[in-house]
Design a protein. Sequence first.
Length: 499
Amino acid sequence: VCCCYAAAVSPLSSADSTGDFLKCLAAGGLPSQLVVPWGSSSSVFTSIRTVQPICVVTATNASHVQAAVLCGRRYNIRIRVRSGGHDYEGLSYRSVRPEAFAVVDLASLRAVRINRRAATAWVDSGATVGELSYAVAKADPGLAFPAGLCPTIGIGGHFSGGGIGMMTRKYGLSVDNVLDAVVVDANGRLLDKKAMGRDHFWAIRGGGGGNFGIVLSWKVRLVAIPRTVSVFNIRKTIDQGAVDLVTKWQMLAPALPDELTIRAVVQSKQALFQALHLGTCNQLLPVMSSKFPELGVTRADCREMSWLESTLYINSGGTVTTPVEDLLNRTTSLGVFTKNKSDYVKKAISKASWEKIFPWFDAAGAGIIIMEPQGGRVAAIADGDTPYPHRVGVLYNIQYMSFWMDTAAVPDWIRNFYRFMEPHVSSNPRAAYVNYRDLDIGENAVVLGGVTSYESSRVWGEKYFGAANFRRLALTKGKVDASNYFRNEQSVPPLVTTK
Ligand code: FDA
């Protein structure tokens, strides 16, 4: 702890409070090797860091997390929690604003405990999506869990924001399948679903990470999966009809049988259609020739495999299926800078507009868009049942991605293209997905005394959650963390009313 102290005094906190915080951690039972200066612990992503944490606390049990919160509160050091470190704005380990904070890293808390008979599992927040999928399929190849595509995403942040993937249409978001959770709250207490109460349990299932305490573990419902699933990856150029295909895909994909998800990726003036079908090729091919004959899927395009293999296959863009042990690799292959934005589409974009959209992917610095269809189970759940409101009436989600190699500013392409898309996507508000974190859509204004204003946060909050859900989140925050201890540039502010 002493060496951490020497290396870690932040200009934003006094040496006294940092030192007291570190002594408090030691007194709380944290071995010195688990409290290290920032930089000596592995950083998942290279990021343009503005303010660095005073140290990283690698928790190996719940009491370490509780000690970090209690010591942080006592000595005015805030905590940012990191599970998989995949936050697109790096809010789990950097602060855009001057603030004294420590990172609690949950990477060592990553057990997955499966109850086959009950078809449930407890998964710790530090596990990755790949580790969860692998553990479930190895315990029972007839079971699976609906989550995002990238295997290195951390469960803690992913579940906190929703969790969209290739089985969302059949089984809903990850959070639609969360049954219980264990949280360390802003008072350092360990709470399960019953102890935290209805609103708090509602808020942690999609209300955004870093708001309502530190979730240590989640109990999830596992879903039934056939032993054989089928997949295809079909790429079409503009000359091969990409514009017509994407135009048709918009209404078709959300209305297909729930067992079939086809997502569309547009890049370099080409459209890639990636499908997961929870059944065999024999079952899939007649559906494709009756519903989407223009795509021309043939037997040669269709591949059968296990669901576990399909997660690797789809994430790799149709190249890799084995070894499935690759899913246990926690290192991301994304070695570049990235900027992401998101939209929801409720009314299909016309062919004439797509003809204007496609040339954007030929421009200098062009990125890609990934479009994920909704409908099915995700639309059968009411907007207010979880904080994730983008359900009935949504055709698909768009994720904008831009990649670049150096530390220069974000390329203009992504922001210009996002501006261009405004008339084609949802409005009032223009909706966004909190897991595709985007500080461009607004940041909290922190007024004197460290209080975040509710009014200022509505500008981004209602885009992510809708007006009613955002208000409920803020009221819940007012109940469970009235002093706004867990905060970041886009955290839900506490709203306290006398009514
Ligand atoms: P990280 O640890 O950075 O945390 C993200 C946020 O949650 C931070 O604010 C953090 O403080 C907070 N947090 C983390 N752990 C917490 C905990 N235990 N309790 C409370 N708060 C916690 N999404 C999707 O839905 N579908 C997809 O297919 C993909 N694909 C994808 C690919 C790649 C390459 C990236 C980088 C991201 C995605 N995402 C995604 C987005 C992903 O779901 C989102 O970034 C998650 O928040 C990442 O969770 P991590 O735990 O990895 O992030």
